[in-house]
Design a protein around this ligand. Structure first.
Ligand code: SF4
Length: 364
């Protein structure tokens, strides 16, 4: 099927090359845009998008405000803004948000749009067409093994594991809902792949007041999410690192990095983290402060590192004393959130279980 979306439909899938081509030449360059009112409005639109990405509860409206072209430009600007912030978690959140948003419109569009209805009411024409635009081959009920394996490798859910799938002639059987999920995952991977953009420093400087505002909101969101620090809810790996420190054992570089990023993300301030390291036998206040500030983004580079996911922790030998909750999550921060919520008598929320870590895999 030749995929010829309208401008409105392109605004639902602004990452498509067709969408980018559609707006080419319609807007001034980004630095010129920043100097006029129209540009200001587009930046606002982009910031709303990023704020949507960092809000824990994601909602999408079926009606897009503004023109399709503005919506597509807002998408591109949001990516420039998070590239200036250069925080891995924020980038992960934006890409996940964009993939979720596209998924929402994909499902809706197949209901609304007569172009995509077929007599049997089953065949996902838009899904198949979109998959083609994104470089994967999905048919009504199967996809080639080679495409499937690449796509599902970051997914932890058992149902996606090959041992649980039906294979036939080099194809993997997929169900209707899974078609959408796999396209969503493909979008997430593609959008993540080319972020952060290399944005000229002068442009980031121009955007800096907005970026600072965004960082503040983001940090507040993170603190709200993790609330007060509860050491008893730490995952076994982090508890082991704290115990090792307390017992006077020197931590490896990977151990220090993982523990510091973890403590920083759950809201411990730099001096609190340094105080913890004071338990270490080779405690050197200056060196410790330097390392902690570097990892938490206060050391001049501005880059905040994030806690490694469980897979990376396993690679560095830091995943120890796994417990039953570990089987359900893919990230130490997810463990902490779920455990804290359990203690308050609430179960894990959708999206915090394995396969949709909170936050997503990060640097090592
Ligand atoms: S599975 Fe994850 S959370 Fe559990 S101990 Fe290993 S690294 Fe930590």
């Amino acid at each position: 099927m030749e995929y010829s979306p309208s401008a409105k439909e392109l605004s639902h899938f602004p990452f498509l090359k067709k969408a980018q081509d559609h707006v080419k030449g319609r807007f001034a360059s980004v630095d010129s845009l920043l100097k006029d009112k129209k540009g200001e409005a587009l930046i606002e639109r982009a910031l709303v998008r990023v704020q949507g990405a960092i809000t824990p509860k994601k909602t999408f409206a079926p009606v897009v405000t503004g023109t399709p072209e503005e919506e597509i430009a807002g998408y591109a600007l949001a990516r420039i803004i998070v590239s200036c912030v250069n925080d891995r978690q924020l980038i992960e959140r934006l890409t996940r948000y964009e993939a979720e948003r596209a998924y929402y419109f994909l499902v809706k569009e197949e209901d609304w749009n007569q172009n995509y209805l077929q007599e049997d009411g089953e065949y996902s024409r838009l899904c198949v067409a979109l998959a083609g635009e994104l470089g994967i081959r999905i048919t009504q009920d199967r996809m080639p093994l080679v495409d499937y394996v690449e796509l599902v490798s970051p997914l932890h859910e058992d149902r996606f594991h090959l041992v649980n799938r039906r294979l036939e002639d080099g194809f993997v059987a997929i169900k209707k809902d899974e078609r959408y999920e796999l396209v969503r995952e493909r979008i997430r991977l593609l959008l993540r792949r080319d972020l952060p953009h290399k944005v000229p420093a002068a442009l980031c400087e121009q955007l800096s007041p907005r970026v600072a505002q965004l960082k503040k909101v983001y940090q507040e969101q993170m603190l709200q999410q993790f609330g007060t620090i509860e050491e008893s809810a730490f995952p076994p790996c982090m508890q082991a690192l704290v115990t090792a420190l307390t017992a006077g054992t020197n931590l490896s570089h990977a151990g220090r990095f993982s523990l510091t990023t973890f403590l920083h993300t759950i809201g411990m301030d730099v001096s609190g983290i340094a105080a913890l390291y004071a338990r270490s036998p080779d405690f050197d206040p200056e060196k410790t402060m330097y390392q902690v500030e570097h990892i938490t983004g206060r050391g001049g580079s501005g880059t905040e590192y994030t806690t490694p996911a469980c897979a990376a922790m396993r690679t560095t030998g830091l995943c120890v004393h796994r417990d039953p909750l570990c089987e359900k999550i893919g990230h130490p921060l997810s463990y902490y959130k779920v455990k804290k919520r359990d203690r308050m008598g609430k179960g894990p929320k959708k999206g915090e279980e394995k396969g949709a870590e909170v936050p997503t895999p990060s640097s090592t």
